[in-house]
Design a protein around this ligand. Sequence first.
Ligand SMILES: NC(=O)c1ccc[n+]([C@@H]2O[C@H](COP(=O)([O-])OP(=O)(O)OC[C@H]3O[C@@H](n4cnc5c(N)ncnc54)[C@H](O)[C@@H]3O)[C@@H](O)[C@H]2O)c1
Ligand SMILES: O=C(O)[C@H](O)COP(=O)(O)O
Length: 404
Amino acid sequence: MFNINSYNEIAAEGLELFEKEQYALDVTDDPDGILLRSADLHGTVLPLQLKGIARAGAGTNNIPLKECSERGIVVFNTPGANANAVKELVLASLLLAARPILEGAMWAKTLKGPDAVQKAEAEKKRFVGSELAGKRLGVIGLGSIGAMVANDAYRLGMEVRGYDPYLSVDTAWKISRHVIRVESIEEVLETCDYITVHVPLMPETAKMIDAESIQRIKKNAVLLNFSRGGLVDIEAVVEALEERRLAQYMTDFVDERLLGIEGAVVLPHLGAATAEAETNCSVMAAETLKYFLETGNIRHSVNFPHVEMAFRSPIRLAIANRNVTNRIGQMSAILAEQGINIVNILNRSKGDYAYTLIDIDEIDADQLGHIANKVRQLEGILSVRVIRPLNRKEGIAHGSDQSV
Ligand SMILES: NC(=O)c1ccc[n+]([C@@H]2O[C@H](COP(=O)([O-])OP(=O)(O)OC[C@H]3O[C@@H](n4cnc5c(N)ncnc54)[C@H](O)[C@@H]3O)[C@@H](O)[C@H]2O)c1
Ligand SMILES: O=C(O)[C@H](O)COP(=O)(O)O
């Protein structure tokens, strides 16, 4: 039995995947897994039994990743599951930035009387905008969202320039050949009429659009930030808006300093707020967390490597460790000392951390406990799980955690 705690509004479609026979939802303070959206876990005490955290969404800046890694807690997100929702909001914001649509609609609401039509026709010149076609859009970060925005903005007739020095091969395949690749962020800032930021907030990207970057932005350009407020120096944005250097700052993140500033358009974090995105994220997060808890296999983790191995043995050891030399040699030696044959083994690393799955034949509980403890005592070992397959009707080899 696994305990799962959920935070925020998680769509029912995902929560329903946790079968009652195997999972208990929100019944303990010490869960095996956490499912959440934007709830901030920084500064909270991570439960002792916690093995995995699944973020139903993209950004994991609300999760203390370093602390999780050091405890061997695997953190997952749902790549691409809400990308279309964000893309649509960004496209809507580009259109709203180009033309005073909302202002016109608000004004039309004030019209009264039989001459309303004449008044509207006479005054419509106040709401003249410009077209996106032919304008230049700079996309900073060409991941799931940035790539979709870039492709669709090109279809709207924009000239699109993309900047992403860490672009994955998978995403590169999805980007239209018409999107022009640029080698420096300065080129985007200095040459584009619209600039949209789609990178994760991490220590390395905090305030990546700083006062100097904002100075470089082409006069009268529009900056869009639907990624995270902390990517942009808000004081510098306010100054640029007040000095009319920046035409508009459109963002999905409320910041008191922006409220009431002309040219600042602030939405209350609506990027992923569609029924479709909420369902996609919830289902993907629940499936990923279940798969990990039941088999030890890791998909879509942001702090540990992708590790998947068919689970056909009666016992699996799932070990998270620091990425240092000879850990596999030492683990194999512990098993060899006990005369245990390794049926299957897989080890992968990601940055400072590594993860190993070792499948073995049936052994008695005392010997298993002894082995697990010896592995735990090795230097750099962060967590050790012993997993046994669950006997599900459909015969899929899933697992349950066994304390030894
Ligand atoms: N407003 C919302 O509701 C909402 C919804 C989803 C995601 N987001 C935010 O958008 C971010 C991006 O989401 P995604 O799904 O596209 O993620 P993603 O991981 O698919 O893409 C991020 C891209 O940023 C690139 N990148 C990283 N550092 C960079 C840098 N310094 N310069 C340029 N590119 C850099 C990466 O190479 C990657 O291609 C998330 O991390 C999250 O913070 C917001
Ligand atoms: O990173 C994300 O996926 C978005 O910011 C969505 O956040 P939310 O799940 O709190 O709406």
